[in-house]
Design a protein around this ligand. Sequence first.
Ligand SMILES: [Zn+2]
Length: 186
Amino acid sequence: MPVGYLTVDVGSMFAEKSTALQRHGKRYMLAGKKVVFLKPSIDNRYSQDFIVTHDGKKVEALNVQITNDCEVDLPFDLLNEADVVCIDEVQFFPEEMIDHIERLIEQGKKIFAAGLDMDRYGKPFGIVPYLMAKADHVTKHHAVCAFCGDDAWVSLEVSNDSNIQVKVGNDYKPACRQCAYERGVK
Ligand SMILES: [Zn+2]
């Protein structure tokens, strides 16, 4: 069996990364392929059992437990049957996930991973930079900067920022490089 590949969709919050991930998965579902959606159990933002994008669209996803020892409890029986594996919020997975992803690629699976490329301090987030380096395809998505309207570059924590009048969903806002630098994140 030929090896698979890795496609990575990254960007700030509200950059439609989950939407891109769902589109990848649904495209293969429509072609009759077996697609498994995974997300870390740490992401309880809207739902336990669905990947929910900010626009409210949802697809069924399996919660993956991460132990205190940073071990990943993957559903290997399902993954063995899968043609395509879509992983959301991949930045929350520990290093062990890299080995799992590489093994799945060797087994011929097509892997799509979506997540934040940087944390709120502008630092590369967890395993994402490694996955970006090893990926066959990387797409960097851009939300709109909440401060000026340019393309966003990073997500800022704005809970103490008086420039933001309305907080939607959480205390993070996408910001372009200029607005991030002006707020001390670079
Ligand atoms: Zn800006």
